[in-house]
Ligand binder design. Structure first.
Ligand code: B12
Length: 208
């Protein structure tokens, strides 16, 4: 049987989804489990969009319901302590405006003790370079869900290198479509398809 929260999101019933989330929060359910349900629903919405059973309106509504859920659940995730484990610069790359996954990565990094500068969506190589100069990050995280994002990532990595800003830093890329092949193409140091991988890579690089 489909989980009622997933069903409510697939039915585009935001009120019902929020009611279920509040009920689960009151029952002390694991906040990450609630977010996972939201993620699963969005994956299905993406598949239905690909099959042309859903359209842009459903992508927009599904994305908004997920954001509303994340706004309720995120404050419940606990932070690990005050001392910064390292500085991470995060942004969604040029031509791509998907940010729900990036925002979760930022949240998980922050609650794992990292100091994060999030520069937002549709960010060019110049935007990243400017932020690197200001923030001096140990790790740079590039997010993107579209296939065209791979080209933007490749360009950003090349420009960071050209500007002499890569030494002493690590670059990670992420999004649901990342794999080893894309990682090599882009020239990053590591990749991840979920927020915990971003935390794991950052821990290895900053603590190791
Ligand atoms: C919601 C959504 C939208 C929303 C985005 C809202 C928002 N604020 O983000 C809106 C409606 C704006 C949208 C627009 C479009 N979308 Co859209 N969208 C989706 C959908 C359904 C869900 C994405 C999502 O947020 N998932 C929930 C999050 C929490 O999960 P996640 O992204 O996997 O996040 C994890 C990982 O990505 C990873 N991660 C993310 N960043 C990073 C970074 C690092 C460093 C690491 C390590 C990990 C990491 O960790 C995250 C948390 O665990 C996907 C389907 C899918 N399967 O992904 C399509 C999808 C990504 N969209 C798609 C398309 C085609 C579009 C449009 C072109 C549609 C159109 N015709 O206009 C536009 C493009 C706009 C643009 N220029 O960017 C396609 C992409 C196809 C492709 N190969 O390029 C998909 C795959 C749908 C499909 N199956 O066809 N979309």
């Amino acid at each position: 049987m489909t989980d009622p929260l997933i069903k409510a999101i697939l039915d585009m019933d935001g009120d019902e989804a929020i009611r279920i989330v509040n009920e689960r929060v009151a029952a002390n359910e694991d906040p990450m489990g609630i977010l996972d349900c939201g993620k699963e629903a969005l994956t299905t919405i993406g598949e239905l969009f690909e099959k042309q059973e859903f359209f842009l309106a459903e992508l927009v509504m599904g994305g908004q319901i997920f954001k509303d859920i994340a706004d309720i659940v995120s404050p419940l995730l606990k932070s690990e302590g005050a001392e910064s484990k390292g500085r991470i610069l995060m942004g969604t790359v040029q031509s791509d405006i998907h940010d729900l996954g990036k925002n979760l990565v930022v949240l998980m990094l922050e609650i794992s003790g990292f100091d994060v500068l999030d520069i937002g969506v549709d960010q060019t190589a110049e935007d990243f370079i400017e932020a690197i100069k200001e923030f001096d990050p140990h790790v740079i995280g590039l997010s993107g869900l579209l296939t065209v994002a791979f080209t933007s990532m490749q360009k950003i990595v090349a420009e960071i290198e050209k500007a002499g800003l890569r030494d002493g830093r690590k670059i990670m890329i992420g999004g649901s479509q990342m794999d080893d092949h894309v990682n090599k193409l882009v020239g990053a140091d590591g990749f991840g398809t979920d927020a915990m991988k971003a935390v794991e890579l950052s821990r290895n690089w900053c603590e190791g």
